[in-house]
Design a protein around this ligand. Structure first.
Ligand code: BDR
Ligand code: CA
Length: 314
């Protein structure tokens, strides 16, 4: 049976690929897409989700905007990586995307789904965790309807937005803390795993050779993303972080996992937003998460490219 999934995201170049993977693969039943402020404002990330779904022909999946800011303080933005639109590179034009936004806000939409879906639902989160934490705080009575939370965020080592903190966690550390301590199963794919998955020139030409308008969009996204990763981090090829979440749900053998205690630094003068992953068990704390470690990189790309092919040929 397909895994029922709500995808909470901030598209974002790598979020866009995760939407494609979730929509294309028969192992996933994509119930909704909710958006959050992160890589850009929530207005922009919502528009971007609608744009991606329009080009990919993903219809009938409700898209609803969530929080426009973290639980505390002001929003950060990721325009140095994702551009002013949050999804720079392709020319989407000024036309309103055909795929609409749902009249509900994200919290109401997710609440309605959790109340009525026949089975517990997996939440996949690939942006700041503001929406997920808001749901947990507003509807504790629905937490048993959440099968598990699978997220991209954090790292077992260094960060990417400060030396200590990864972007999604740094955007809303209090929300991340709520998620890691919520008691539902949490699976984390941090930079230690996602940096293994690089969109090399060979990968980009495999996508280009599909020859569809969707494949062209993907190539434009990856070309822009490669440029900013080169400029900002000096990376030769960009890491496609977010789709590890859905890839794991489709094929759990693709990424090895270890159980570990994970805490989020809320107070540090230079380390706010760091995820402290106690791989050696030195804290004596009980494990509260599964943490992604080694990725079967060719296996991941086969899945991802097949998703672009399937949607492009529809
Ligand atoms: C994360 O931050 C965003 O830039 C990406 O979309 C990804 O979710 C990587 O740190
Ligand atoms: Ca993201």
């Amino acid at each position: 049976m397909a895994v029922p999934v709500i995808l909470d995201c901030d598209p974002g170049h790598d979020d866009a690929f995760n939407i494609l993977l979730a929509a294309a693969h028969p192992a996933i039943d994509l119930l909704a897409i909710t958006t959050v402020a992160g890589n850009q404002t929530v207005e922009s990330t919502t528009l971007n989700a609608r744009r991606v779904c329009t080009v990919a022909g993903i219809e009938g999946v409700p898209i609803a905007p969530g929080r426009d800011r973290p639980l505390h303080g002001a929003p950060l933005a990721g325009e140095n990586i994702h551009g002013d639109s949050g999804l720079d590179g392709p020319g989407f034009g000024d036309d309103e995307p055909r795929v609409p936004r749902d009249p509900r806000d994200a919290l109401t939409l997710v609440r309605d789904i959790l109340r009525t879906h026949p089975a517990p639902v997996t939440l996949v989160a690939t942006g700041p965790l503001s929406n997920v934490a808001t749901l947990l705080l507003a509807h504790p009575e629905l937490s048993h309807r959440i099968e598990r939370i699978v997220l991209m965020g954090g790292s077992t080592g260094r960060g990417n937005t400060t030396p200590a903190a990864e972007f999604n966690i740094l955007c809303d550390p209090e929300a991340a803390d709520i998620v890691f301590s919520c008691g539902r199963p949490v699976t984390m794919f941090g930079l230690n795993a996602t940096h293994q998955v690089r969109a090399t020139p060979e990968i980009v030409s495999r996508i280009a050779s599909l020859g569809t308008p969707l494949a062209r969009l993907c190539v434009e996204l990856l070309t822009y993303f490669a440029g900013t990763y080169r400029e900002v981090y000096g990376f030769e090829t960009p890491p496609l972080h977010d789709p590890l979440t859905v890839a794991h749900l489709i094929d759990p053998s693709l990424i090895s996992l270890v159980r570990a205690p994970v805490t989020v630094e809320l107070a540090g003068a230079h380390t706010r937003g760091a995820t402290l992953v106690d791989l050696d068990g030195v804290t004596g704390r009980p494990a509260n998460a599964e943490v992604g470690m080694e990725v079967d990189v060719p296996g991941f790309w086969d899945l991802m490219i097949e998703a672009v092919r399937v949607l492009g040929d529809r």
